[in-house]
Design a protein. Structure first.
Length: 132
């Protein structure tokens, strides 16, 4: 199910890191074009493509994976390629000041992606984090 996600859980009074879940959306359709999870323990992303979104929506690399690679799920490696295609690289000039301006103390793909809502000039999709 595209909306399934894991919540915080407690072990021996310790709050364990929460699996973060994001929906990739298009302003041209009400449903999500994909769901993405981020596991902070493994530092891994996984993208699950919704095969029901209309063919006329340009979802960038998600459309490529769906139409040309016929994939419904991206493994951790392919998901990281997708994520890195939507954020600035770790060797960007002026990185320390940029991270400071964003309120970040270190380079983090998930936090940078969330800060920009996954937006890029290459397509019209954006992401929203599921927080409840």
């Amino acid at each position: 199910e595209i909306f399934e996600y894991k919540a915080n859980f407690h072990i021996g009074g310790m709050n364990m890191p929460k699996m973060r879940t994001f929906l990739w959306k298009s302003p041209k359709w009400d449903g999500p074009v994909a769901r993405m999870t981020y596991d902070p323990d493994k530092d891994e992303f996984h993208v699950y493509i919704n095969m029901d979104y209309p063919d006329n929506i340009n979802a960038g690399m998600i459309s490529f994976y769906r139409h040309y690679r016929h994939l419904t799920e991206l493994d951790a490696k392919e998901s990281m390629i997708f994520v890195r295609s939507r954020i600035f690289p770790p060797d960007r000039q002026g990185l320390p000041q940029l991270l400071k301006d964003m309120g970040l103390t270190k380079y983090s793909e998930v936090d940078i992606l969330a800060w920009f809502h996954g937006r890029t000039t290459k397509d019209i999709i954006y992401m929203e984090e599921i927080t409840s």
